[in-house]
Design a protein around this ligand. Structure first.
Ligand code: FAD
Length: 303
């Protein structure tokens, strides 16, 4: 994909007007391929069918750019409702949250209070909560919030993005924290992030290998089969226990490979987004891969 096309979709993903409008449209443009419905019940069914195949899940109640407290409180209540469902239905599932959905842009301490309520419930049910990493303008704040929360909770972690020059430094600081390693989905400047895909991939592999040699659990989140194959070889050559890591992929992507990795005995976790606030998430997926666009266009033409 050219940088122009990528920038176009990333630009759309950040458009607050379109994000708000899309909530009223329902799923259009083939978004239902990548988003597992709008209700808790629909997502519970999706989790159950993956669990039956030995795949665990992480649920993301879609939402970002929240600028009023009522909306952030509703999101927090919905997330607690999901935790209740995970517990009562005994799902093999944890949570992923975005701090901007929980009030980070309104007031950091308010966001922390929302997170505490979520983590209290999650801790009572022994459920892990991962804080997704958003764009670089929220990066420092996200790490600050995590630091405050880690003083009280050990069931919370976050994401390291290999496109950032500082990924190594932050990963070192989080050596005792469960993290998800990703390449990074946002458009960042060359002052903070590698502009070149090869550098991002090399950094990803380097960081993943370091984490695999440690004892803290790591989610290796990529659809990149070259990287996955290299890491599988590394794990075998170094007799690394499969208990210290899992592979993660997004719902609707490379389903055959998801099943195969689980069948091969690796811990595998599918990241399942759901809810009506799908637009920003979906546009970032289109920005990542032209084939996602082809898939969607075929559906638009033939269904
Ligand atoms: P790419 O670099 O996009 O692709 C590499 C190669 O893999 C491609 O050239 C192709 O050969 C192959 N490939 C990739 N996708 C496919 C496909 N669908 N079908 C066939 N071949 C394919 N980003 C954040 O910034 N913050 C987060 O919190 C975050 N959480 C994430 C959670 C999960 C579970 C995942 C999987 C990603 C997350 N991301 C997050 C997004 C991530 O940063 C990347 O933008 C995204 O995963 C694309 O990079 P990639 O490594 O999957 O593969």
């Amino acid at each position: 994909m050219t940088n122009v096309t990528r920038d176009f979709f990333i630009g759309l993903s950040n458009n607050h007007f379109l994000n708000a409008q899309a909530k009223k449209w329902g799923f259009v443009l083939g978004a239902d391929k990548f988003v597992a419905g709008t209700t808790v019940q629909s997502v519970v069914e999706a989790v159950k069918s993956l669990n039956e195949k030995g795949i665990s899940c992480t649920l993301d109640n879609l939402g970002e750019f929240v600028s009023d407290k009522q909306e952030a409180t509703e999101a927090k209540n919905q997330i607690i409702h999901i935790l209740e469902a995970i517990h009562s239905q005994q799902l093999d599932c944890h949570l992923s949250v975005k701090l901007t959905q929980l009030g980070l842009d309104i007031d950091q301490s308010y966001c922390i209070e929302n997170m505490k309520e979520i983590l209290d419930t999650a801790a009572a049910y022994n459920i892990f909560v991962n804080i997704d990493m958003e764009d670089y303008t929220h990066y420092e704040q996200t790490l600050e919030v995590l630091e405050v929360l880690r003083e009280r909770y050990d069931n919370v972690g976050t994401v390291i993005q290999s496109y950032l020059y500082r990924a190594q430094e932050d990963m070192d600081k989080l050596k005792d924290v469960r993290i998800r390693l990703v390449k990074g989905a946002y458009k960042e400047g060359e002052d903070v992030a590698y502009p070149n895909k090869q550098d991002i991939d090399l950094n990803f592999i380097r960081l993943a290998k370091q984490r695999l040699l440690g004892n803290t659990f790591t989610s290796i989140a990529t659809h990149d089969h070259h990287i996955i194959e290299e890491l599988k070889t590394f794990v075998a050559e170094n007799a690394i226990s499969t208990d210290v890591f899992e592979f993660q992929m997004l719902y609707g992507f490379r389903n055959d490979m998801q099943d195969k990795l689980a069948e091969e005995g690796y811990n595998f976790c599918t990241y399942i987004p759901f809810g009506d606030d799908w637009f920003g998430y979906f546009m970032r997926r289109l920005a990542e891969r032209p084939q996602n666009l082809n898939l969607v266009m075929k559906d638009a033409l033939y269904t």
